[in-house]
Design a protein around this ligand. Structure first.
Ligand code: GLC
Length: 753
């Protein structure tokens, strides 16, 4: 094979010596990925793809006498006397480990003392780090994006975060340091350049993004090693894709899962039937109803309370007949109760976490409970079987994994709670806490995979690699305009971290949703990858039909739009699974060279072809919209907007700023109310042309569409169709790239825009 010019002759590993002692290693996995470490983290509990580029030469370099380690493409990797690594790009400072001597950590502890003085629990703060690395912030304009589900704006500069999966029911605001997920991946941009960092450890990790000293940021970890990946690239999209290769592939879930989900804690049987009636009689699009914890007997997992739902099996059959699947919630905590099968089995088989030699007990919804040790295969196999049996017995289509941080109502789990693995090796809680949800999700997903089904699994907590097994949502937000605003950066940041099928509770979980908030939230989130309206017990009901006719009609119109655009959303999921491309992205993902995009928190891209600038404020009826390069057409009014400009756009209640790139070919369905493949016999292709523009004068972009059965794993064996459509303003052309799936489409038709 011809050698790649970029990698030829590059050392794959450089050992840096200080006073003749090995102090640091630089391992070059490919021209975009460098691992810098003193000692590697033990990553055996989660999967990373660590293969090196095939054509890289195995070459070690003793750097004790050299300062420039390697040069490739535009990059030059260097090291200074203190072994700080830096990278130049075309001779410009691109990445640096910080070498200043002002890196002492100044914790402003009074804040926490004040809280303690006022009787609040003293917040834990880490000051002693076993591993810590400082990275230069070049100027006040450097921007930092990433770290997963945080309720902040895209740019997380100046804040401090802690990767420690946490179930915090209080109102998440932009300074919240730990939420449900721990994703140690971020991207930095300065002076038009971009790089990424990934810290591969499941131990509690602090990310200080310039809070104490604006000249540097750092990660610090109590127990992890000094070891991180530096991701080089031209811009955010290639950094995201390189990162994705390291942690993916993420789960590719079903077509049906991408329909609308309706949930509340907890629906009674009568309320569930009322929902189904709206679906059947009013043609309100719906694919899933969720049953929250009250369907269980005393919150015991894998049981059903027949006083709450008299016959779950016939109820789910009733729903299924009308195209609606049932998803039930599953918590990890197992009620401490002798005679309860799951409890007895896991107790007898040493299947629970232990402390000081005995099963560890804390409390969750069922009261005193024990925590299954998912790190043991025997436990996983048992609970996979229990999940499969439960789904089979009651006709359940999906499982919603909650409380898997793991949550605990009697204080945090001590760090020495033990989870023994199959070899009897003890894994302590401080190492596996952030991985608990991953192992639970994997256990549940297996119940689907065993049957050649793509998993319909949802998780609340997650680690960087957890999307391999499950979709996710971002936990207990509230019915607040602030949380509607936060939803876009949250979802798009998760999407840039390999978690495409991510959701927030539409309408907000806690507090009372108003009519206006529900309408605006539905408009703003209607094209998010996974769409679920969910609310808390005792809050105002917030189903689209819970308010008045106007609310219902507006929401229905948008639900229908989601279903009509489903082939486009499905293709986005296909691509996300293939290479980590976000389904929902910040504007800067596609237009990093337009400075106006770097701090844009209120507009998002849905794939490359749609731009969404919704109303996110109470009482607002128009807003400023920034259009990136190109010409953009309002999906509803057909008005054209020129790129690299800002416009004020009117958006009455019921109108949202949704724009398509002129020249796009949008694949669509028409009028479906559930995603049943049997109902789908026509694919429409809609050529986007602005009002008054002759389609023959537009250069339409070719569009690649994917089709398969939407539910099995057969696509992995190549059973799918890939078709490239093109249009010259008059005639549609289709070129089949692969075609092993017997197509459901009897026809492909042009749908006039
Ligand atoms: C947790 C979940 C929420 C669920 C509730 C009851 O708070 O985040 O979605 O409704 O528990 O199960």
């Amino acid at each position: 094979m011809a050698k790649n010019r970029r990698t030829q002759g590059m050392p794959t590993r450089v050992e840096l010596l200080k006073n003749n002692k090995l102090s640091k290693n630089i391992e070059i996995l490919n021209p975009n990925l460098i691992r810098i470490f003193e000692k590697k983290n033990d990553t055996s509990l989660f999967s990373l793809n660590l293969e090196k580029d095939e054509d890289m030469e195995e070459r070690f370099l003793d750097i004790s006498s050299e300062r420039v380690i390697t040069k490739f493409g535009d990059f030059e990797v260097k090291v200074d006397d203190c072994l700080n690594v830096s990278v130049l790009k075309n001779g410009h400072r691109y990445f640096e480990e910080y070498s200043g001597d002002d890196t002492e950590i100044r914790i402003i502890d009074q804040v926490f003392d004040l809280a303690a003085l006022e009787g609040h629990a003293k917040q834990e703060h880490i000051v002693e780090f076993k591993a810590r690395c400082n990275f230069t912030l070049f100027s006040d304009d450097d921007k930092i994006y990433g770290l997963g589900d945080k309720t902040a704006h895209f740019n997380r500069r100046d804040f401090e975060y802690i990767s420690w999966n946490s179930d915090e029911p209080t109102q998440h605001n932009e300074t919240y340091r730990s939420l449900y997920k721990s994703i140690n991946f971020l991207m930095v941009t300065h002076d038009g350049m971009w790089y990424g960092l990934f810290y591969p450890s499941s131990y509690k990790t602090v990310w200080n993004l310039g809070k104490y000293n604006k000249k540097y940021m750092y990660y610090g970890s109590e127990k992890g090693e000094n070891d991180y990946f530096l991701i080089l690239g031209e811009g955010p999209s290639d950094i995201v894709k390189t990162y994705y290769k390291l942690i993916g592939p993420q789960l590719f879930t079903t077509l049906k899962f991408m329909g609308a989900h309706q949930s509340r804690w907890s629906y009674s049987e009568a309320e569930a039937r009322e929902m189904l009636r709206h679906h059947v009689e009013d043609h309100w699009p719906l694919d899933f109803i969720h049953f929250d914890i009250d369907y269980m007997e005393d919150y015991k997992v894998y049981t059903v309370n027949n006083n709450y739902i008299s016959d779950l099996k016939s109820l789910s059959a009733e729903f299924k007949k009308d195209g609606v699947g049932v998803i039930t919630i599953l918590d990890p905590g197992v009620k401490l109760q002798e005679g309860y099968e799951i409890y007895d089995y896991l107790t007898a088989h040493n299947g629970f976490a232990k402390k000081d030699g005995v099963d560890y007990v804390n409390a969750v919804w069922p009261g005193d409970s024990k925590y299954p040790n998912y790190f043991k295969k025997e436990v996983r196999d048992y609970l996979t079987a229990a999940t499969a049996d439960f789904m089979e017995k009651y006709g359940i289509s999906g499982i919603w994994c909650d409380m898997n941080e793991p949550a605990s109502f009697k204080g945090p789990l001590p760090s020495d709670v033990e989870f023994a693995d199959d070899e009897g090796r003890v894994l302590y809680h401080d190492r596996v806490h952030n991985l608990y949800a991953e192992y639970m999700s994997k256990t549940v997903a297996q119940a689907f995979i065993q049957k050649n089904k793509r998993p319909s699994v949802i998780t609340r907590a997650a680690f960087a690699t957890t999307s391999r097994y499950t979709t996710s949502w971002n936990g207990d937000n509230q019915s607040l305009w602030d949380h509607l605003r936060a939803s876009l950066p949250q979802l798009a940041t998760m999407n840039m971290s390999g978690f495409a099928m991510n959701s927030v509770d539409v309408g907000g979980f806690g507090n009372d949703c108003s009519k206006e908030l529900l309408i605006r939230w539905t408009e703003a989130n209607i094209l998010i990858p996974y769409f679920r309206n969910h609310s808390c017990k005792n809050s105002r009901y917030q189903e689209p039909y819970a308010f008045d006719r106007e609310t219902y009609d507006i929401c229905k119109k948008y639900y229908q739009l989601r279903y009509d655009l489903m082939p486009y959303l499905y293709d986005l999921q296909w691509q996300a699974h293939a290479d980590g491309s976000p389904m929902i992205a910040p504007l800067f993902y596609y237009y990093p060279e337009e400075p106006r995009t770097l701090e844009e928190n209120t507009e998002v891209m849905i794939g490359e072809l749609l731009l969404h600038a919704p109303i996110l404020n109470q009482g607002q009826r128009s807003r400023l919209v920034y259009f990136p390069e190109g010409r953009w057409v309002d999906l509803f009014t057909k008005k054209v907007y020129e790129g690299k400009k800002e416009y004020i756009v009117e958006m009455e209640l019921g109108a949202t700023g949704l724009f398509a790139r002129e020249g796009a070919l949008l694949p669509m369905y028409q009028g479906l109310t559930s995603l049943d493949k049997k109902q789908i016999d026509t694919l429409y292709i809609c050529p986007v042309a602005g009002e008054g523009t002759d389609p023959e004068n537009i250069d339409f972009l070719p569009y690649t569409n994917h089709e398969d059965d939407g539910e099995s794993l057969d696509y992995e064996r190549g059973i799918y169709n890939e078709t490239v459509y093109s249009y010259d303003g008059k005639k549609l052309d289709a070129v089949k790239v692969t075609g092993r799936y017997p197509s459901d489409y009897k026809q492909v038709k042009i749908l006039p825009f």
